[in-house]
Design a protein around this ligand. Structure first.
Ligand code: ARG
Length: 566
């Protein structure tokens, strides 16, 4: 169903070889509003060829065009405006959606190629931040959009579970910690010990030596160090899992930084073989001045490896394990340089697949326009945000629809969905402000609004006693009123939207589309008696059904559920 191609063909047939198909195709524009037609062709470029004014060319060409394929073709000034035949279009689109259901919009762009997605990746013994939330929901949505376009996503949680800070944590725990405390409230307690360590080591610098010694033990596999570390890791992971479960996000791998502990020697020797390592004040670095980047610090003076050393090992491991076609890292904007360095070092190693590594950065969540900051007390704890969102959703449901069945379940779907949707409707590079009341509103540009519209379409279909729409002939799906047209055009553009979203790694394309479709369906609903028993009833129900399918699928691609009633 390529309607643009019909327009290209119609023009090509009358342009007497003066313009190639491709050139025609790229000259065609989308009019500012549907009232001006569905496609517009500007005649300016032909003025030189035909040696006539563009206005005249436009009307001469229009007169020659085979109008049968269109509702109408009109010359307006220098433009030729094409109006698609609504009935044909409507029948085509609705028929296809009813047949394909939630598979509508599926396409093969990826040939099932593997795409590891490094996402979420919080740090052990610290709370998950709003930044990690962004990474989690953006990564999760990109994974779903990739799968819809026949890539094979692999979701990797590259936990921050290794590094000198674990030496400090062990030392702090040995000094001030207790098992019961940690068990009762792992993340907060571990954080507390860690913060205390940093306070006390100002006056007791010997603490640092102890911490370093503990990390050395950890790296060397000392049983006590290992067992404490394992315990901190599993307690932390347990509390992360609670959040992931609330969000409905699953991972294919939790191989974090520690996983690469025994894989870094190889990286270092590869770098040595290629003569890339240089000594700089006792440390080992790779010079990247050719790339206009700061040197990559591979090993510290004391031989300890760094974040980037582990990322090098991880990148190589992923290439070997998954033979990926692309490798994505959904990580905040502030790490842009790190990923540039990572790619540059791999390039220096002669690994040309480093071109397939893409950092997918994103902006900050602010509050009252200000950056979140632990010190200034502007922290938002994700776990609490999700619970508060669910309570707010519950309150609204109580007001609007007190008799709803499964109120609790729906409140969860709505509250959590609202938080996710709010994140994803913003282009990922934009910073945005977090205000829970805004996020959970049932009207406006929110997730609940889209969910509500989906539920409304479902309720219409229930009232129609689920008239079986599947067996109908295509002629039954012909709509040609002005009100349904925008809805139909949006439904017809779903594949293109998915393609754009995957090419730009941009879930907001899908979120904005869902809002647009919801809005235009609600407008249609306000104008039209869908259930009126006349000859177009089947077509209108097919439209409602199609809207419900496409909204549900759009929400699924964002990681948001679509309750049938709310
Ligand atoms: N743990 C890191 C942080 O919280 C993010 C890790 C991102 N992934 C990576 N492969 N470097 O900042």
């Amino acid at each position: 169903m390529n309607y643009k191609a019909i327009v290209v063909d119609a023009l090509y047939a009358v342009l007497e070889g003066q313009m190639e198909r491709n050139a025609i195709n790229s000259a065609i524009e989308k009019p500012k509003s549907l009232a001006l037609g569905d496609f517009a062709f500007p005649a300016f470029p032909l003025a030189r060829v035909f040696k006539k004014a563009p206005q005249i060319i436009a009307s001469e060409i229009t007169a020659k065009i085979d109008q049968k394929k269109f509702e109408k073709v009109q010359a307006v000034g220098p433009y030729i405006n094409f109006f698609l035949d609504k009935k044909t279009y409507s029948a085509d689109v609705l028929h296809q959606i009813l047949i394909e259901g939630l598979n509508y919009g599926n396409q093969n762009l990826g040939d099932n190629g593997n795409v590891p997605i490094d996402m979420s990746s919080p740090n052990i013994a610290k709370p998950i931040s709003m930044g990690h939330l962004r990474s989690t929901v953006i990564g999760n949505s990109i994974a779903k959009i990739l799968a819809k376009t026949n890539y094979h996503p692999i979701k990797i949680n590259h936990l921050g579970d290794w590094g000198t800070q674990f030496g400090k944590l062990i030392e702090a725990y040995k000094l001030w910690g207790s098992e019961e405390e940690v068990k009762a409230d792992p993340i907060n307690k571990l954080l507390e010990y860690y913060v205390r360590f940093h306070k006390e080591d100002v006056e007791h610098p010997e603490l640092d030596d102890e911490a370093r010694a503990w990390f050395k033990k950890l790296e060397d596999g000392d049983p006590e160090a290992i067992s404490l570390w394992k315990w901190f890791r599993s307690e932390s992971l347990k509390s992360f899992m609670k959040i992931y479960n609330k969000l409905g996000v699953e991972f294919d791998s939790f191989n974090g930084e520690a996983f690469y502990n025994d894989k870094m020697d190889e990286v270092v020797s590869l770098l040595e073989q290629k003569n890339l390592l240089q000594e700089s004040r006792g440390a080992q670095i790779v010079d990247l001045s050719e790339y206009n980047l700061n040197p990559a610090l591979i090993k510290k003076t004391d031989g300890a490896t760094l974040y980037i050393t582990r990322d090098l090992a991880a990148a190589i491991y992923r290439k070997r394990t998954y033979n990926f076609v692309q490798s994505l890292y959904v990580v905040g904007n502030e790490q842009t340089n790190h990923f540039k360095q990572l790619k540059a070092v791999l390039k220096e190693l002669g690994e040309d697949w480093s071109d397939d590594i893409h950092h997918i950065p994103f902006g900050l969540i602010t509050q009252g326009g200000k950056k979140l900051s632990t010190r200034a007390g502007r922290v938002i704890l994700l776990d609490e945000v999700l619970d508060d969102a669910v309570s707010l959703a519950e309150k609204q449901i109580e007001e609007k629809n007190p008799d709803l069945k499964n109120k609790e379940k729906v409140a969860k779907q709505v509250g959590v969905g609202a938080v996710i949707f709010h994140d994803l409707k913003n282009e990922r590079m934009n910073n945005f402000d977090f205000n829970l009341d805004e996020v959970v509103r049932f009207e406006g540009e929110t997730g609940p609004y889209v969910q509500y519209t989906h539920a409304r379409a479902m309720s219409i279909l229930r009232k129609a006693k689920d008239k079986d729409l599947s067996g109908n002939k295509m002629e039954k799906y012909q709509l040609n009123d002005a009100e349904s047209w925008e809805v139909l055009r949006l439904l017809g553009s779903f594949s293109m939207i998915i393609k754009r979203a995957v090419e730009e790694y941009e879930p907001s394309v899908v979120a904005k589309y869902a809002l647009h479709l919801a809005k235009s369906f609600n407008k249609y609903y306000a104008h039209t008696k869908i259930l009126k028993d006349d000859e177009q009833l089947t077509a209108r129900l097919a439209l409602a059904k199609s809207v419900s399918v496409v909204l549900k699928e759009s929400l699924r691609l964002l990681g948001v559920q679509a309750p049938e009633e709310m």
